[in-house]
Design a protein around this ligand. Sequence first.
Ligand code: F58
Length: 814
Amino acid sequence: MKKLIDFDKEGFKKEVITNVKTLYRRPIEEATPQQVFQAVSYAVKDDIIDRWIATHKEYEKKNVKTVYYLSMEFLMGRALGNNLINLTYYDAVKEALDELGFDLNLIEDQEPDAALGNGGLGRLAACFLDSLATLGYPAYGCGIRYRYGMFKQAIKDGYQIELPDDWLKDGNPFEIKRPEYAVEVKFGGYVRVENRDGRNYFIQDGYQTVRAVPYDVPVVGYGNNVVNTLRIWDAEADQEFCLDSFDKGEYEKAVEQQNLAKTIVEVLYPNDNHYAGKELRLRQQYFFISASVQRAILKFKEKNSDIHNLPDKVTFQMNDTHPTVAVAELMRILMDEEGLEWDDAWDITTRTCAYTNHTIMAEALEKWPIELFSRLLPRIYQIVEEINRRFVLKIQSMYPGNQDKVKNMAILYDGQVKMAHLAIAGSYSVNGVAALHTKILEERELKDFYEMRPEQFNNKTNGITQRRFLLHGNPLLASWITDKIGDEWIVKLSNLKKLKVYATDEKYQQEFMNIKYQNKIRLANYIKEHNGVDVDPRSIFDVQVKRLHEYKRQLLNILHVMYQYNELKTNPSYDMYPTTYIFGAKASAGYKRAKLIIKLINSVADVINNDASIKGKIKVVFIENYRVSNAELIFAAADVSEQISTASREASGTGNMKFMLNGAVTLGTMDGANVEIVEEVGEENAVIFGLRAEEVMKYEREGGYNPKDIYNNDAAVRTVLTQLINGMYSSDDPDRFRDLYDSLINEDVYFILKDFASYVEAHRKIDTLYRDEKNWAKMVMLNTACSGKFSSDRTIEEYAKEIWNLKKVKVTLD
Ligand code: F58
């Protein structure tokens, strides 16, 4: 890796030694790995700070436009390795630590993942921050400093157990508390109108307040001295908790406030593509939005005197509907605090807010009962009512007499506040996250909105950062690539296309495949250590890692494994290439069926892995506690990337891109960004199966299909389904998996049986392709070579130019 920034190795070593001493009163020889991790991180932070200060000085000097990326989730993973990579002294620090007698890999392993997110949406936010800093765009990530992040998953007797993720227990060395930027957030009470000088002022009274205190986490750009900020808010009680108060009423009030504050930021809701509808969740949303928007306005006012210029200096990008109270909060501040009239405030708001949609799944669209919303946020609700009143008038004037339009588009309807509608009404941009997804939004889910204002809609296909998912996660491949085409790919991933010429050269094919093999050994060791299962690195590593959700169809995958096992057992001529099926997935704690699918995968693994008669042809592994840090190992080692969602359901997917980048072949449906992956790499270098999105949607319009037809006509499917209920994988309780059986036979909402034959066929194709070593090597190399489009740098450039209108800033150190 090219060294772009000077690194003083001896000085660094000294600083680590001093840090251990001052933090822990110990000589370095006696320090625990965790203590060394802390000491190293503080030394790295020291370097980051200078760049952080310089960056903000530059932003202030230039009075630049800034994007505030508002998100309930930032799935950052570990910081140390990534910061070293982006400071461009990972290798140098590795060497320095070697000299001190420590292995950087082991030190990195001391850091807990910052798992302030569920899955794709939260990880996307983290990739975006990395790209924003690397490209030099002024940006803040704004979120919540959850005390407990995404739960830790343990597998006990094949079942998922959730354990609390106490990620802050040893302290977070990179964060900085900024009490000087604390603000107040108000909940509840009532609104009183006061007339002053002929103007009505709306005043919230009788409310409870919570103090929002920001913690800033540095986001280091790659090799460019830029350090942006992830600002996550903690909640504190507003009043001093007065222990010696003799006034019982006061004392109880203080306790109440303390509890209110504590519970708001206590824990991340572990739902993926499903909204919780809980009062606390709405509290969390308003809490971080109010704090972030208040702060942004205060900062704007430091450098700008006319609030009308806000849209020239600020964009609030709302990551899904969770932050959309921002629309009403900004209106509140502009009117109640800045004294603007409605029209003025609305004009500013709708030129400042923008909204990204991440799903078409109906159950993920947030709707709040008006009763709850208005009780918790009385002033905000008043504003939403007025936004709705005016919006409905607009609909009626465009479509006179068309009640359906009002019903489909109103923000308040059926006693509910529809957050997506509020987001669209209040934004100047609405974007989907892959071409197919945006098309479905425009033509189906948000059709009425699209027809009303087509120019508002646009697509921004997702991306991922190559700095974490290749440079850090796959150092062998990263240095091979650099060796071939130089290291500019680190900031310009489209350069990877220069690798195409190597894809047909046998020597390079061998090198590439050897790296894959080394990565498979690394993962096999991890699996042995964590699962106690031996897997053969020469087998095909066929991987599906993502949240467990019915639409993602892990069930289809495991049913196919059951089918293949039947073939092996009953058909002596059945020939298959040894395959290791690797799963990793967390199920939302309350999602029963998803948890049952995890149990099924583990039960199938138990039976198959212990059947010596099949000579290890199939192995099934469920990797416990799938998360960002072990994902890096997994992507690097995969041969086959399972992207098998029911077509039309996966908005984009981003795991698919990480596999491709690391040289895996996609086995997938034409869904989300898979469509664009195939477009880039060519159909012959992916294996596509199953119904297309239009076909799925057609069936859905016509009331579904009849899965019993398939059950009756396909003996192999019948056998597999019967094995769900005959105790083959649940001898102690044959009825355990009956719910899965019933769901498939009766409805099969996700078209699993419908796509089954085609999926079997696709696996046969993979088997055949894999045996042709040269062609396979060519395929995987072309996958890496053609993955340039899927860098989040490309995505962010598009957001910056087409939505945010941001300018890049250069930062130099004096
Ligand atoms: C995901 N959504 C999409 N939601 O499912 C995926 O296709 C897409 O690639 C990704 O966003 C990024 O655009 C997703 O991860 C959540 O996890 C929400 C968390 C909060 C509750 C509702 C779901």
